[in-house]
Design a protein around this ligand. Structure first.
Ligand SMILES: [Zn+2]
Length: 129
């Protein structure tokens, strides 16, 4: 968790240098991040949300909960069926038609899944207005 707080603080200071150091409790760091970066543009706010979401996935997986991967669609083929490869440290697509140039299953980092999740969430939000 300390590493997560450090990463969050570093992210904020890069985007908003006047934010100051974070001195609160680890559990409150995301509220602090959002408050200090609320004035930034859409792209930077999406990057912040992706970081928060990725850390959530990392924490769940570290606690043994790999089921957090399943609700995500594959960023390439958009089907469900991603699973976590513990040894490799990435998600892989089970769709046998979804392969890279070597014929291997496409794989995704948690960072990439988080970015996709935030982008999809924004699209859904636009669709409902
Ligand atoms: Zn796929």
């Amino acid at each position: 968790m300390a590493a997560s707080v450090t990463e969050a603080e570093t992210h904020v200071l890069a985007a908003a240098p006047g934010a100051g150091r974070y001195t609160g409790k680890a559990a409150d760091v995301y509220n602090w991040m959002r408050g200090r970066t609320a004035h930034l543009d859409d792209t930077q706010q999406s990057a912040r949300e992706a970081l928060i979401y990725r850390q959530g996935l990392e924490h769940a997986i570290a606690a043994g909960d790999t089921k957090v991967i399943r609700p995500h669609r594959c960023p390439a083929c958009r089907t469900y069926g991603l699973f976590w490869r513990e040894q490799a440290g990435h998600a892989a697509c089970v769709n046998r038609h979804c392969v890279d140039e070597h014929g291997l299953s496409r794989t995704w980092s948690l960072e990439r899944l988080a970015q996709q999740h935030i982008a999809d969430r924004k699209l859904r939000a636009v669709g409902t207005t």
